[in-house]
Design a protein around this ligand. Structure first.
Ligand code: CA
Ligand code: CA
Ligand code: CA
Length: 276
């Protein structure tokens, strides 16, 4: 089989995100590199969704359009071809996997990050490239999904509520709304992926599942969700709200619990940052 169609098949597989914008020459971004965290997670790129991974750091190469021949050879860079055009992108996967799962304090959530338990991610950058897309993968343990809230804060301080107590409405986002929400369970062995454009809203996570069912493991085995702030106060509706910000610096991924009696932990998280 000729190599040319193989490369394009890989690049089209990566085209699940909106990556429109101005091109820039690789020469201006060649100093960017993948940066690992201080965590103990697996080294190297990790696919956040299993469907959007590009051939970063691999042997693929292509050129034309916005890509130089070196694009896909440089660490963390890949060349994506769409409709005959090509652009050079950078991807970094920052994984944090604490030695002990992070306890999510029971019934402590009040809408602020201070009331949540957070993992810190240190991302790299070159001061030139800006974020175009973000994805998140979480390993959580909890026996009452409807108690949980998850937020991501960028180095600029912008906050996205990714998940807000599925199964119960939380318009004020202060942890005070009534109801337990979804009774479904979460297990770290069945990690959840979040990205803009996913078919299922995070608010519908656990929908139709019973008390003992595990999201992603139990039918319908949905593991990928679109962010759903489920709040009138939300400043961002999705990861696209981070677009244009610098990737470098400290990102926070925070989990909170709004109802008493059942508590959980955050075992691992991978933040995937696309920039160009
Ligand atoms: Ca909700
Ligand atoms: Ca349960
Ligand atoms: Ca709880």
């Amino acid at each position: 089989m000729p190599l040319f169609p193989v490369f394009f098949a890989v690049f089209f597989a990566a085209c699940v995100l909106d990556r429109s914008g101005l091109r820039e020459p690789l020469d201006s971004v060649a100093s960017a590199a993948s940066v690992g965290s201080g965590g103990t997670g697996p080294s190297g790129p990790v696919s956040a969704t299993g469907s959007s991974g590009a051939g970063v750091g691999g042997s693929s190469t292509t050129s034309g359009g916005g890509c130089s021949p070196e694009c896909a050879l440089a660490d963390g860079f890949f060349c994506e071809s769409v409709m005959g055009s090509s652009e050079c992108w950078h991807r970094q996967d920052v994984t944090v996997e604490p030695d002990e799962p992070l306890a999510i304090e029971d019934n402590n959530y009040d809408g602020t990050l201070d009331s949540m338990n957070c993992l810190t991610f240190v991302a790299g950058g070159d001061g030139i490239r800006t974020v175009t897309a973000v994805e998140l993968r979480l390993g959580l343990e909890h026996e009452r999904l409807g108690h949980l809230v998850v937020k991501v804060q960028s180095p600029d301080g912008t906050i996205l509520t990714v998940l807000n107590r599925p199964g119960t409405s939380e318009p004020k986002d202060d942890g005070n709304s009534k109801g337990d929400g979804s009774a479904a369970n979460l297990a770290a062995d069945y990690p959840l992926a979040f990205r803009d454009g996913a078919a299922t809203s995070a608010e519908d996570m656990g929908k139709g599942l019973e008390d003992a069912d595990v999201v992603c493991k139990s039918s319908p085995n949905t593991c990928e969700f679109a962010p759903a702030p489920d709040s009138d106060d939300a400043s961002l509706e999705g990861f696209a709200g981070f677009s244009g910000e610098p990737p470098e610096g400290e990102w926070l991924v925070c989990a909170g619990d709004a109802v008493g009696m059942v508590e959980g932990t955050l075992a691992s998280a991978t933040l995937t940052l696309f920039s160009k």
